[in-house]
Ligand binder design. Structure first.
Ligand code: X2X
Length: 334
């Protein structure tokens, strides 16, 4: 009787597609949670991926997507996936740094000159190094193909950021990550760690003046409604490791593990294309929404980080070996 009621309830949910295959209770109902709006390519591709996994597994694996921090902030979701309360989660390598410090190495400021360098490193030895660390130091592992967030840009309600001095004393929201705090301290801003779930409100109520994110997020999360200035700084490339709880994954038989793995990596590659196109196409749209957009000279910002000892400090923290792997793809950074 209980099963019957649960089944009826699920079908009656407004707005939820009722796949013919999902009508019979799946053998494995799995939760994938993330912090981005449903309209962002991450969730568009994840939704498509969930349908493919359901079909290919002949209804045995029903992956439910929970966008927009519905299950909690990144900090909450990270503890949920560690305990197995959720099965999958996409997280910036830098926020993962609260648990696996070495994961933050892909976020080094102005490291990757272009996407060729990004994917060579992340699909190559740098990504392999980080995935090994994640698997060794946590109850999670990361799938091979990291998903894209993009090159990050700075926005503000206070003033246009054209040079590092404009950041001086500015209250900047950064994601919860030691690396991000360190970088914005090096810029002499006043960084405050706030989970993405609270960013819109924090900007609206002026708890902070500014934040930094790729254009695709500034657009889909409607940050342009609460930020006037957008400065193209490209100060950092950022991605999302697609994380799995190990025990949950190990419960799947090998054929289902293969279906999930292949589809996660495939969706990740498609999502990379989407995000890149979106980030490349949004300047006009954000201007039309009223944002004042300016370009910057990256060398000024990079010089500021160098002078503040930022590269030296993080080189020391990550160690010579890992730093050499990074520089194998980026060239000498200092
Ligand atoms: O929190 C952010 O700014 C975001 C959405 O870019 C990340 O997940 C790192």
């Amino acid at each position: 009787r209980r099963t019957l009621l649960a089944g009826t309830g699920a079908l009656a949910l407004p707005g939820v597609a009722t796949h013919a295959l999902a009508q019979n209770k799946a053998e494995f109902t799995l939760k994938y949670a993330n912090n981005l709006p449903i309209t962002h390519p991450m969730n568009v591709r994840a939704t498509e991926m969930a349908a493919a996994i359901l079909a290919e597994s002949k209804g045995r694996v029903d992956l439910k997507v929970f966008p927009s921090s519905q299950l909690g902030t990144d900090t909450d979701m990270l503890s949920q996936i560690r305990s197995g309360a959720i099965d999958y989660f996409t997280l910036s390598p830098l926020i993962l740094g609260t648990l696996v410090p070495s994961a933050q190495i892909s976020g080094v400021g102005f490291a990757f000159k272009d996407y060729n360098q990004v994917w060579a490193a992340m699909d190559g030895d740098l990504g392999a190094h980080v995935r090994k660390e994640i698997a060794a130091r946590s109850t999670m592992f990361a799938f091979d193909k990291i998903w894209d967030n993009g090159y990050r840009q700075m926005t503000s309600s206070a003033r246009a950021i054209t040079k590092p001095e404009d950041l001086k004393g500015m209250k900047m929201r950064v994601p919860p990550s030691p690396f991000w705090v360190s970088m914005f301290k090096a810029f002499e801003a006043s960084p405050a760690t706030i989970n993405f779930a609270e960013v819109y409100t924090a900007l609206q109520t002026k708890i902070v003046d500014g934040q930094e994110n790729p254009l695709a997020i500034i657009a889909t999360a409607k940050l342009f409604e609460v930020q006037q200035f957008c400065s193209i700084t490209n100060h950092m490339w950022d991605g999302f490791w697609f994380l799995a709880n190990k025990k949950s994954f190990e419960r799947l038989p090998a054929d289902l593990q293969e279906i999930v793995t292949r589809n996660v990596n495939k969706a990740g590659l498609n999502q990379r294309d989407d995000v890149r196109k979106l980030n490349d196409s949004l300047l006009g749209e954000l201007k039309a929404k009223g944002m004042a957009i300016n370009t910057t000279d990256a060398e000024l910002f990079r010089a500021k980080l160098r002078a503040a000892g930022f590269y030296a400090e993080w080189h020391k923290k990550f160690g010579d070996e890992a730093w050499a792997v990074l520089e194998k793809y980026t060239g000498k950074l200092v």
